[in-house]
Design a protein around this ligand. Structure first.
Ligand SMILES: [Zn+2]
Ligand SMILES: [Zn+2]
Length: 257
């Protein structure tokens, strides 16, 4: 089946929830907010991780993943991100102070270093395993990208963390082969000031944003809800005209493309 799996759907870990991670294929993920817990030993097959941005909730499982499979992996783990994300990973994570620099440490059983960095640019398409990934710029408090994911001829868009962002609607309006959108909604509408300050959306803001979408055939999925606000956000989404049919994602859910 042509599916992607939501390994972590939320913007926080309280109430037993997991943070952002999507498995695109057996070997490819977007973000590493929650890899080891849902996949266990199967996670060792992941060779390519695409990152949206550098925030902790999107990278937290990366050092644990490398540590867990360091002795048995033979191929390097390929890490893809925009310039800012790669810089942050090098300076603030793989710096020997927080985590060993696995970019210069050879794997125990393999050829070359344990990790290899790949700087990517918005608008270019990147191939990994059986999928194609095209990053696009979003509007967050650090430089961040979403991805148009192409798998077996089907396309789905994932925004990751973003505030209002015209690029999302430009792409969806110009490419009718993208039939599904995963977009974030982090805070209830009463927290609009917080959404602005932290670069996130609320149900009210998402409803306004959806007025820019000139299509009615796009399925909308919601992610990155702050767990303590799940009930409020679900109710608000149902109450707004353009978000009432949106599907709220949960950890472990699958989306058929
Ligand atoms: Zn986040
Ligand atoms: Zn973020």
């Amino acid at each position: 089946m042509n599916i992607i799996k939501i390994l972590g759907a939320y913007g926080g870990t309280d109430d037993g929830k997991a943070t952002t991670s999507i498995q695109i294929s057996e070997k490819v993920t977007i973000d590493a907010g929650n890899i080891l817990n849902p996949l266990g030993y199967r996670a060792r097959k992941i060779d390519h991780m695409f990152f949206t941005h550098s925030h902790y909730d999107h990278i937290v499982d990366l050092p644990f993943f490398i540590d867990a499979f360091f002795l048995e992996r033979e191929e390097p783990l390929h890490l893809y991100g925009i310039n800012h994300t790669i810089d942050v990973l090098k300076k603030h994570i793989f710096n020997s102070a927080i985590c060993p620099d696995f970019n210069i440490i050879a794997q125990a059983g393999g050829k070359g270093p344990a990790i290899v960095f790949h700087e990517i640019e918005a608008g270019n398409e990147y191939a990994a395993d059986s999928v194609r990934m095209t990053p696009f710029e979003t509007n967050h408090i650090v430089k961040s990208v979403g991805y148009v994911i192409k798998k077996h001829g089907k396309k789905i868009m994932f925004t990751s963390d973003t505030y209002k962002c015209g690029k999302i609607w430009d792409i969806l309006n110009s490419d009718e082969t993208i039939t599904k959108l995963i977009i974030e909604t982090s805070f209830p509408s009463a927290y609009e000031h917080l959404a602005l300050a932290s670069g996130h959306l609320t149900p009210k803001l998402l409803n306004e944003e959806l007025s820019h979408l000139k299509r009615t055939d796009v399925d909308i999925y919601i992610c990155h809800i702050k767990p303590k606000h799940i009930d409020t956000i679900k109710k608000e989404l149902r109450d707004f005209e353009r978000t009432k049919n949106a599907i709220v994602l949960d950890d472990g859910m699958e989306i058929e493309l």
